[in-house]
Design a protein around this ligand. Structure first.
Ligand code: DON
Length: 304
């Protein structure tokens, strides 16, 4: 497959698309990023790296971190984990409160904010040093110890996390948050504030494309069965109330973040990431969705 040629075609086609998206402003620090940034990176199991644009520039991974926290929680706990968080698409925005009330504080899935907050609570209970252990995990799967948290983004989100605070409080009232509310919020926001480049994210997501194993040294990070399950949750819940649309247009499991990143995988083939900050009304990168739709169209392969 001529991946570099395909990426070059995508790059030139994207410049002809009018981008109606808007950079996230509800976390003030994210609003300072240039809407013109655009990078893409494809890491193929058999043939290595392909890219264009700002693929080596770090950005705020935001909700893409939810895949890593779920991986850590699933590697520690078995199916009991899914008593506290379900695996159904929510059909609602990522920060919605409404279902939680009538579904007794059990979030629909681990990739909406409510679900990721429960996973953060679980990790606080299970880990000795949650922040350090989380960063160590990211360093391990990327083999890059320089990845870290952007303190400005961390502080910026902490100062305005009223909705996430509401979600935690509501879940605590149902008994589905065990630890201190502030501690859970702090750890969750920390994970979201990690910065990675498209290249680094593609390396991290290779684990999910490669049956749970790192490509470099074949270490099994997560069992094959659990990896399959995470990929299934990415397919059905990775894009909130646009998960159906992403499956329809792109046809790969993936996860988005309000920093404008999208990471997706083709199991057994490649991990691919795109970064373009302007978001569509559902909170997913406008150009990122176009880029990935073109990728699966031009290659002629998706998981469907
Ligand atoms: O909790 C929040 O609102 C952000 N830290 C993350 C949200 C996010 O990335 C949703 N993604 N599309």
């Amino acid at each position: 497959m001529e991946y570099q040629q395909i990426l070059n075609t995508i790059n030139s086609e994207l410049s002809g698309i009018s981008n109606s998206g808007e950079v996230a402003t509800y976390i003030p620090e994210l609003a300072t990023i240039s809407p013109k940034k655009l990078g893409m990176h494809l890491y193929c199991i058999n043939s290595g790296h392909y890219s264009f644009g700002n693929n080596e520039e770090r950005f705020s991974i935001q909700s893409i971190s939810k895949v890593f926290s779920l991986t850590m929680a699933m590697s520690i706990l078995d199916d009991q984990l899914f008593r506290r968080v379900d695996v159904e698409p929510s059909g609602n925005p990522f920060n919605s409160l409404i279902q939680l009330e009538y579904e007794n504080g059990i979030p629909r899935n681990p990739f909406i904010n409510a679900g990721a907050l429960v996973i953060s609570d679980i990790l606080i209970s299970e880990l000795k040093n949650p922040k350090k252990d989380f960063l160590d995990f990211v360093h391990n799967i990327t083999e890059n110890n320089s990845i870290s948290v952007n303190q400005k983004v961390f502080i910026s989100e902490k100062e305005c996390s009223f909705r996430n605070a509401a979600l935690i409080n509501l879940m605590k009232s149902f008994g589905n948050i065990k630890n201190d509310i502030e501690e859970v919020l702090d750890f969750y926001i920390y994970q979201c504030a990690i910065e990675m480049s498209c290249k680094e994210l593609a390396t991290a997501f290779m684990v999910y494309a490669n049956s749970g194993k790192k490509l470099s040294d074949t270490t099994q990070i997560l069992s094959e069965q659990k990896t399959k399950r995470i990929n299934a949750i990415m397919q059905t819940c990775g894009f909130y109330d646009e998960a159906g649309e992403f499956s329809f247009r792109v046809g790969l499991p993936g996860k988005s973040g309000v920093g404008g990143g999208i990471a997706a995988i083709h199991p057994g083939q490649y991990a691919v990431t795109v970064w373009s900050p302007p978001l569509n009304p559902k909170g997913n990168s406008e150009l990122g969705m176009h880029a990935l739709e073109k990728l699966t169209t031009l290659t002629g392969y998706s998981i469907f």
